[in-house]
Design a protein around this ligand. Sequence first.
Ligand code: G3P
Ligand code: CA
Length: 356
Amino acid sequence: MRSVLFLSAFALTALPLSAAATTYSTLDGTAPEVIAHRGASGYQPEHTLASYELAALMGADYIEPDVVITKDGVAIAMHDTTLTRTTNVEDVFPGRASYEASEFTLAEIRSLTVDITPAHQLSDSSIPGYVPSTGTPYLVPTLQEVVDFVIDFNAKNGTNIGLYPELKTADDALNRIIVETLIAAGFDGPEDKVFIQSFDLQTLQDVKAIQEELGSDIPQVALGAAQMVNGVAYLIRSLTEGTALDAIVDFVDAVGPSLLSLPALGIGVTQEYVDYAHNLDLLVHPYTFNTWDSDAAYSEFEPYFDMGIDGFFTNYTDVAIAAIETYGPEPSPVPLPATALLLLSGIGLIAMRRRG
Ligand code: G3P
Ligand code: CA
């Protein structure tokens, strides 16, 4: 008995203890992943190397580039299919018949400046003194440059930031370029922190076929709005067009539902919806959290953290990370401090004497 008591106390000292912390009801039990939507686009012009770099410095888990294709077949990071909203194309190329990105060569697009004012100043961010490390931070980057930036940042900083590209157009050439670019960079499977997303289910099926042909297994994400109808979870594109999650599990690994909430129509990300997706082994990554004020943002995040969302898109990586820290860090084994070792050894010895 003595030795059992002593050994019990000693054994306790040899085992790591779990920190008392929040338990997340995500699929893997860890804190939700922070996906930097268009980079740190609340503070820097969206889809620029500066925006991606700031998000990386803030601690994003994933960088999100939307991707379209140029006239000469190069994948570039851009949300819109036209250049007008985010660049000075109308000043540089006045009177062009079309401002579709697909009507411009990469060389032409590289002569543009991304010219969009973010909602907040850098001085409002957690890194107010941020200075971009590249000399050309506000050009339209190619997908390859975004991939290279992430690889380089991870190598220099010991981080493991992932990539989360979105196919913005249904284009066979673009599908293939994205898969080939990711494979060539070593982002070719679920262990590599990478997702490919699209609103278009046919595109995702086509990408799946390309992946099977090329031997990759990059997880795929279907985007849309969430709707529950008669106990079945759907991803919808309009009130008349939707697909049950059960019908997409063969080619997607996650759903990216909009935060649009219309409870009277069953539309919105709810506990029932998250549970339904999780029962199908689908991750849930809603988009897009866009509240800058930290108190208001926390109130917005908290119910979704309670539901167990596995990740989320945000324009404010810093605000999102602060919200996760407030909600509670994920439980992690912590080594027992030396004082606790002595204390437990002492308890063992006392127990031996009392029973001796
Ligand atoms: O990809 C998730 C979210 O970014 C979809 O919306 O329009 O910002 O690409 P959008
Ligand atoms: Ca997107």
